[in-house]
Design a protein around this ligand. Structure first.
Ligand code: 4NP
Length: 166
């Protein structure tokens, strides 16, 4: 089982979208027993809130329902997850700032590393912008999540073949 954690600032726009899009792709691929997803924010302003309604509207256009309640990223998440996907560089820096010893830095990656169509380096924060920003986030995350799913499955296959060799 591979455990993925998506992280943004507020955990009400980008990271819950990533989590629910990824769950959608996992379900479509019949991989629900192989990969699990969660999301969190580096900030605590929106703890307990459901996903932003503008974000939910943009996701619904792609037949994806945004479920969840915001929570804050905690140090224990370094232990509990295999991969931690930061939406932008600030998120990345704020996550790594909690890893005093650097033990977990290889688990933390930028979400856009997994994009195959887009060449953006960060998922832009849509919170203070117009509706097109939310559509763009969904499109970008669909691309990144597809790449991420391929990556995770290739890593799982490697692990399985290592096990069968030993
Ligand atoms: P998110 O978006 O990090 O994608 O959830 C934001 C949500 C709230 C705020 C900023 C970004 N805020 O400043 O309250």
């Amino acid at each position: 089982m591979t455990k993925l954690l998506f992280v943004c600032l507020g955990n009400i726009c980008r990271s819950p979208s990533a989590e629910n899009i990824m769950n959608h792709l996992i379900e479509k691929a019949g991989l629900g027993d192989r990969i699990t997803c969660d999301s969190a924010g580096t900030g605590g302003y929106h703890i307990g809130s459901p996903p932003d309604s503008r974000m939910a509207m943009a996701a619904r256009k792609q037949n994806i329902e945004l479920l969840g309640a915001a929570r804050k990223f905690q140090r224990i998440d370094f232990e509990n997850f295999d991969l931690i996907l930061a939406m932008d560089r600030d998120n990345y820096r704020n996550i790594l700032a909690l890893d005093n010893t650097g033990k977990y830095q290889d688990k933390v990656r930028l979400m856009c590393e997994f994009c195959q169509k887009y060449d953006l380096k960060e998922v832009p924060d849509p919170y203070y912008g117009g509706p097109e920003g939310f559509d763009r986030v969904i499109d970008l995350l669909l691309d990144a999540c597809e790449g991420l799913l391929e990556y995770v499955m290739s890593q799982e296959d490697l692990r399985v073949s290592h096990h069968s060799e030993s």
